[in-house]
Design a protein around this ligand. Sequence first.
Ligand SMILES: [Zn+2]
Length: 396
Amino acid sequence: MKIDKCKWKYGKQAPLVIMMDDLANKYMIDKKDGAYIGADWGGRCKKKNSWYDFVQRNIFEKYPYAKMTCFLVVGRREDFIRNGKKNITLPIDANDEFIKFVNEVANDERFELSYHGFTHGEITENGFIQEWDTFSDISEAVQTIQKGQKLYQKVTGQKFWGGKYCGYARNRFSDESIIKSHFDYWCRHWDADIIKGLDRGEESLELGFFGETVDIPSTIDGSLFSLKKIRYLLTRKYMKALYYCVKYQITLESIIDLLVSRGQILSIQSHTSPIREDKERQSPNIIDDIKNIQYILDYVKKYDIWYATCKEMNDYFRIYSAVDLQVQGDAIQLEIDEKLLKNVLDREIWIKIYDLDPEFKWYLRRGDEKFLLSQKDNFHITNLPVIKGKFEIIKE
Ligand SMILES: [Zn+2]
């Protein structure tokens, strides 16, 4: 008899999250009359033509099961350059409308709000420096994180479970500042380059631990267009996709197929606003790339995908890592490494058993409790509570 832990909840093939960077109380305005110009970072709240309105209409109305982890800048989101495009930028507690908005999103189970710095960085003589590169020592980094957590707690009554480095930039003590701040998970690097064959040594496309924090990789560039979207034939992003195909022999579809076949996460990287103050289009961004992101969400329908936030993936990964399964005759023994579970609330492990005779109904039994094994492909599957002990395999 062969028994395995399922790598993902419900025995799904791979998880998918839309990573939405740079949610902030900010939006772009016209330099003459101060009117909103249709580029929102979140500051327009739920108004018509806001970022929220856009993702409602284009993502959640079509894919109501999708999950989005939004990386929130809690203080005043710094401009990329001085005297750039005009915008309104404020901390998250500056106005009642945004306070109400951020609370609604924080309590909406389609979303997770995650930490993305206090300011995102600083403008200096040498250009824009990303936030974790601005800290001169570990205590400055930790204190700034505490300030960010405190402000978020004041506004929502909640805490951040995880976050992401601004621009994936970090220095020699950044990771320590995350571990010391007791985050459950953190998004530290851009792992998609491995698929291009560019290995920098740290990326793995897998979740893993650094200290007691879980590392969640970013794996799909939302602006890498499918070559099948020929309506974009003359765009720069289409040319990039063509270049990737010729130079690295990869396409959007081959990347997705590869990740799913290995049970690795599909974390689709995007940004809120299409426009930044330094006049560049922000790339990737949800507005310009929406047809491609919809294409991805349609393309993966052929797979058995688990739609989950980063926190939900972190929780299941911790369970997967904490549980040790051993077959003892006609029983399974569960051993648990409790310290890995940290703040996991929904403590269930999914397991599969191969080679059970499909003529019978199979159960796992512990005391008075019975857990039915349902047949799926060439195995039987069930979920068990994450508690140390023995489960007998029985049939009826
Ligand atoms: Zn960012």
